[in-house]
Design a protein around this ligand. Structure first.
Ligand SMILES: [Zn+2]
Length: 292
């Protein structure tokens, strides 16, 4: 006999506790709310924080998309999708616009999200001040005292060393002019997408037992100095070799046959959509051409 699992894996008490933490996080944008992170059937560090949020908020009629570094089909994304699907029976999708909940590791999709959607980000290190202070009770006090000299110091040291702020990902942001927040290791390219986002953004760190949030239409500002303004990764003059997409986050690859450097959309579902559109347009042009 196979015992039936509870809907969305957790018992109702666990879901309630996590939802309460989410509500508090939404009420205090950017503030890290501690929660009783559960043991999950995947290892901590593999997205358990995001997964616990997803399982606590998902309903039977929701459609779920899971992305790992921009890809829908990587092992981590597939395993998470499988677990949620097997314990809820919800529909899964790759199409960003069809999803109600998008759980993501290290990226925000290229197409703009809507107010009907929730994006859940997986977070390894929720504390933006951890680099300057190892003790949790001190960083908590620094947040409460609005002491963010440490966060500025990290950026200042980067400028001294490299001549610019050198945060590749997880560039700290001010949320609602109050809390400095780690936006999870998304590239700087995605930071502007958090500002005044239509979608609710929930962030979960399973190992560090923290949940935090950016509610829709919240001001989010990337930390920068007046003389060293915040910049995003530039892909000027580059385009995707598959869909010829530009103005998106591109991965740099080496073409094994020619040895040349090529670029490809990091957001695989965006790339696929564009390729389908290109094919449709080509077919349409051919059909129209044959009638002319
Ligand atoms: Zn592409």
């Amino acid at each position: 006999m196979k015992a039936e699992t509870h809907f969305a894996f957790f018992d109702e008490g666990s879901k309630k506790e996590i939802r309460r933490a989410i509500m508090k996080a939404v009420a205090i944008p950017g503030y890290q709310v501690p929660f009783a992170s559960r043991e999950m059937p995947i290892a901590r560090g593999w997205g358990t924080g995001g997964l616990q949020i997803t399982l606590s908020i998902i309903g039977k009629s929701d459609v779920l998309k899971v992305i790992d570094q921009g890809a829908d089909e990587s092992v981590n994304a597939v395993s998470i999708k499988k677990l949620v699907h097997e314990t809820t029976g919800v529909e899964l999708t790759d199409r960003t616009e069809d999803a109600d909940i998008i759980q993501s590791r290290h990226r925000i999709p290229e197409i703009a999200l809507t107010k009907e959607q929730i994006i859940v980000l997986q977070v390894p290190t929720p504390e933006p001040l951890r680099g300057v202070e190892a003790r949790e009770y001190i960083t908590k006090r620094m947040h409460s005292e609005y002491d963010y000299s440490g966060a500025w110091l990290i950026l200042f040291e980067q400028i001294m060393k490299y001549g610019k702020t050198a945060t590749a990902a997880d560039h700290p942001v001010y949320v609602n002019h109050r809390y400095v927040m780690a936006p999870s290791p998304i590239p700087r390219f995605d930071n502007p997408k958090i500002h005044q986002s239509d979608a609710l953004i929930l962030l979960g760190a399973g190992r560090e037992k923290k949940i935090y949030a950016v509610p829709p239409y919240t001001n989010v500002e990337s930390l920068a100095f007046d003389d060293y303004p915040f910049t995003v990764e530039s892909f000027e003059g580059m385009h995707c070799h598959l869909c010829s997409g530009a103005d998106v986050f591109l991965d740099e690859l080496i073409d094994h046959t020619t040895g040349e450097t090529i670029y490809q959309c990091n957001d695989t579902s965006y790339c696929m959509e564009r390729m389908n559109e290109n094919v449709n347009e080509k077919e349409k042009a051919e059909v129209e051409g044959s009638y002319a």
